[in-house]
Design a protein around this ligand. Structure first.
Ligand SMILES: NC(=O)c1ccc[n+]([C@@H]2O[C@H](COP(=O)([O-])OP(=O)(O)OC[C@H]3O[C@@H](n4cnc5c(N)ncnc54)[C@H](OP(=O)(O)O)[C@@H]3O)[C@@H](O)[C@H]2O)c1
Length: 321
């Protein structure tokens, strides 16, 4: 089968097209003939060595396609059925992938392009806002990295879940404008946050800050939080963390929370399935929208370069045929 692979970590140039043996499903797993595979920022993090990864590796955390074979003990799915799945680890940028049955859901008429574009991020948006942020009606919410694929879903979903104020932050005015197009009431550059927060929050600060960015905005987040606010860490695109004393949570009366899809997949796949089902339902009914660009095999390295270079204008999805 054709697959994108990397045999060493590094820049987008380490990605290559390879001919690999098709994987076989083990017990509780499903083999999927992939038609569409999302290119995700987490693929970039694995490829550049930010997360540990066994080599060689095939990137790809979200796919749509049809069931090719069922492993022992799998019930409720049929060979030939159209599905969307989150595989264990990576492997999705290939003509065939194996995924746990628990994170393989029937497409139920959802466009496979949209399903592959949103599977991980829609699940993460639901799990982050409901599970980690414990969003309640009336919350004032700030999303860092609001212009990205996940940010496009978080703003709208926060409104659906009852937030009174939904603000996005991005690196440039153009990227901030992308956030407002996806439902943010206000969006501006990170550099403006300190000045704009008091006026927008009546001097209280944000009840919830969703932080997939790290770096300087993470450092700044605590000064933007309301008393008893929740700082929810869900990524580190900048590859720069901060250090934090546990006593600081006490002194400053705030909550530090997190959500990691990979962690749920390993420890609570049933919960991840629930988040995935809810997120995809909201995509299917048009509540959550996203700009998608379909690419071919030769476009994956360029897609990585754009994600890493903060110049992506859409979510990239590999069309395998
Ligand atoms: N916790 C989880 O389970 C989970 C699940 C899905 C995604 N994530 C994380 O969420 C983040 C966004 O994912 P995505 O799919 O939305 O990716 P994306 O479409 O590429 O968006 C990345 C976002 O990060 C911002 N950013 C800030 N600093 C950056 C840097 N140094 N390099 C690149 N981008 C930077 C970019 O916007 P600006 O340039 O405007 O700042 C952009 O909005 C990633 O860090 C990803 O790993 C976490």
């Amino acid at each position: 089968m054709r697959a994108v692979r990397f045999t060493r970590t590094g820049g987008p140039e380490v990605l290559e097209l390879a001919d690999l043996p098709a994987p076989q499903p083990g017990p509780g797993e499903v083999a999927i003939d992939v038609s569409h595979a999302g290119v995700h920022f987490a693929d970039v993090m694995f490829r550049r060595g930010q997360f540990p990864v066994g080599l060689p590796a095939v990137p790809g955390l979200e796919v749509a396609g049809t069931v090719a074979a069922l492993g022992a003990g799998v019930t409720g799915l049929q060979v030939g059925e159209a599905v969307v799945a989150v595989p264990t680890g990576l492997g999705g940028n290939a003509e065939r992938v194996v995924a746990p049955a628990v994170t393989t859901l029937p497409l139920d008429g959802l466009d496979p392009l949209l399903a592959a574009a949103t599977a991980c991020n829609a699940a993460t948006a639901v799990g982050t806002l409901r599970g980690a942020a414990r969003l309640v009606a009336g919350d004032r919410v700030l999303v860092l990295g609001a212009s990205g694929a996940l940010g496009s879903l978080l703003g709208r979903l926060a409104t659906v879940y009852g937030a009174a104020l939904v603000v996005g932050a991005a690196s440039t005015p153009e990227r901030a404008a992308r956030a407002t197009a996806h439902g943010y009431q206000h969006a501006f550059e990170y550099a403006e946050l300190a000045d704009r927060t008091p006026e927008l929050t009546d001097g209280h600060g944000f009840d919830v800050i969703i932080d997939s960015v790290g770096g300087a905005p993470r450092e700044q987040a605590r000064s933007l939080l309301a008393v008893l606010g929740r700082h929810v860490v869900i990524g580190n695109a900048a590859d720069q963390d901060i250090s934090l004393d546990a006593n600081q949570v006490w002194y400053d009366s705030f909550t530090l929370a997190g959500y990691n899809l990979g962690g749920l997949l390993a420890r609570r796949p049933d919960l991840l399935r629930a988040h995935l089902a809810e997120g995809l339902r909201l995509v299917a009914d048009g509540t959550l929208t996203i700009d998608v660009e379909e690419i071919g095999w030769d476009g994956v390295a360029e897609a990585h370069a754009r994600l890493e270079g903060r110049t992506a204008e859409a979510k990239y999805v590999l069309r395998t045929a």
